[in-house]
Design a protein around this ligand. Structure first.
Ligand code: ADP
Ligand code: MG
Length: 476
């Protein structure tokens, strides 16, 4: 049995690692620090209240089991929560308060009317000059709600962090909240959902959503017309600032500079910032270091490619919202065929429905196949090793990382062998390439895998049924 808390926790982690996905492990277990072990009580340190609640909600059974296994029936687990407070940052910077209208700045109210007529008021860059009185329009798309944002492993962390922020904007350690992921995976949708939820929970808060391109253009206009102070002041009024696609700020030094000041002012005053980017902060090139370091103050959560079930759920939700019915096999076919981009997935669905109503034909699997062939050919899709691995992993409900890892767990080994078998039969890849994709195995292992699968198919009916079913899924 382990003597000290470090060894003990290490033992626990070894078990946990085998029981959760690598993504979950990295997100929820790596940040934990073992603190002490006194009698049979192990104390672990977690980074936030939210983190603790998440562990309690999702991993308590696993944690209990592991701790009891390591410490015996008396074993207990206690948490120590560190409260990070980034607001008291050591960094010093100054933000000029405008000489006019200080009261409004200190205590901004909702929908504050902004008078564009007088010199003393702050210009709202969203408004075409000439209008007299305006409210700050949040620019939120009412369809992009949390309710319409299907939850899956691919977005769980980002979604729940967004939800936590919406419950307590400016009051969690997720400030800024940075959502990143490649295109079409739901960043914009999630940002709007958070904004909408905040408006619902706190009708008095000023929420502002702005794509960064718009922010850049407004700033350029402000500079041209000599109203940059108004621009800054306007942005400093909001309670929740949501900026989409901050990667477009790369290389725009002046805009970054002004954004830096707005960021600091809001952050210092306990206002919430929510950002999105197509890359994680560390990979954002052309961005000033001081901004990057601020992006890392809060939480960066990624959106990943959705798993098959999530893709199906997204399609079903969309169909349901539109009041349409589609055969189950058609939905599954779409979800199998388009794997990496939710926007494309929705696009295919829309084309399919449009085609069927134009031609007055029922949506059948056959029509779907024809349509998808056209739709997906543009992307030059062919069956790839990755695709095969994805289908096999989805089928056996295994995280794809495990298949690509070296693990020898029985169910992974078998799934991996099946994937190798299909890769050999359906792609032009060499045995060595296939092996490299499947946990760094050599060509002999791949050959052996193919033999094993062939043998099993002859002797084991159930196994054969798996492989036949998988073959259909890969072939469509
Ligand atoms: P991004 O900003 O990352 O490029 P979007 O937010 O524009 O992606 O999402 C693309 C489309 O996919 C949108 O129509 C959005 O509603 C939809 N979508 C993305 N994620 C989900 C989800 N989890 N549930 C339902 N729809 C989603
Ligand atoms: Mg977007």
């Amino acid at each position: 049995m382990a003597k000290n808390h470090n060894d003990l926790w290490e033992n626990c982690l070894n078990i946990i690692r085998d029981n959760v996905s690598p993504q979950s492990y990295k997100t929820w277990f790596e940040p934990i620090q073992p603190l002490k072990l006194i009698d049979s009580v192990l104390t672990i340190q977690v980074p936030s209240q939210f983190f603790y609640e998440w562990l309690e909600e999702h991993y308590i059974t696993l944690l209990k089991k592991v701790v009891k296994k390591e410490l015996g029936p008396e074993g207990r687990l206690e948490y120590s929560i560190i409260m990070e407070n980034h607001t008291n940052s050591k960094q010093s910077y100054s933000v000029k308060l405008p000489t006019t209208d200080k009261k409004a700045l200190v205590n901004p109210t909702v929908n504050m009317p902004i008078d564009l007529g007088g010199n003393k008021s702050i210009k709202n860059p969203f408004i075409i000059p000439g209008l007299k009185k305006v409210n700050i329009d949040s620019n939120l798309n009412p369809n992009y709600t949390f309710e319409n944002f299907v939850e899956g492993d691919c977005n769980r962390l980002a979604r729940s962090a967004g939800y936590a922020v919406a419950k307590n904007p400016g009051g969690t350690s997720f400030n800024p909240l940075m959502v990143y992921g490649s295109t079409g995976l739901g960043k914009t949708h999630l940002l709007h959902a958070i904004g909408i939820e905040i408006k619902k929970n706190f009708p008095n808060k000023t929420v502002l959503y702005v794509p960064s391109e718009k922010f850049i253009n407004q700033f350029i206009d402000a500079v041209k017309s000599g109203s940059n102070n108004d621009f800054v002041n306007f942005y400093q009024l909001v309670d929740v600032l949501i900026i989409d696609d901050v990667q477009y700020l790369a290389g725009k030094e002046k805009t970054q500079d002004v954004f830096f000041h707005i960021f600091n002012h809001l952050h210092q005053n306990g206002k919430q910032l929510i950002l999105s980017s197509d890359k994680p902060p560390v990979e954002l090139q052309g961005m000033e270091q001081r901004l990057l370091s601020r992006f890392k103050w809060g939480l960066s959560a990624d959106l990943q490619i959705p798993e098959l079930e999530t893709r199906i759920a997204i399609l079903e939700k969309k169909i349901y919202n539109d009041g349409i019915e589609l055969p189950k096999d058609v939905i599954e076919y779409l979800a199998y065929s388009i794997t990496t981009n939710i926007r494309e997935l929705e696009g295919a669905l829309i084309s399919l429905i449009a085609q069927s109503s134009l031609n007055k034909k029922e949506v059948t699997l056959d029509l779907a196949k024809k349509m998808i062939d056209k739709f997906v050919k543009n992307n030059a899709r062919e069956v790839s090793i990755d695709y095969i691995q994805k289908v096999v992993c989805d089928y056996f409900e295994l995280p794809i990382e495990l298949m690509k890892s070296k693990t020898r767990k029985r169910e992974v080994v078998q799934a991996r062998q099946i994937a190798m078998y299909f890769a050999k039969n359906y792609t032009k890849s060499s045995l060595a390439t296939i092996g490299a994709h499947c946990g760094g195995k050599d060509h002999a292992t791949v050959l052996h895998a193919c033999k094993t699968v062939n043998n099993l198919m002859e002797t084991d009916k159930r196994f054969r049924a798996y492989v036949d079913e998988l073959e259909k899924k890969i072939n469509i």
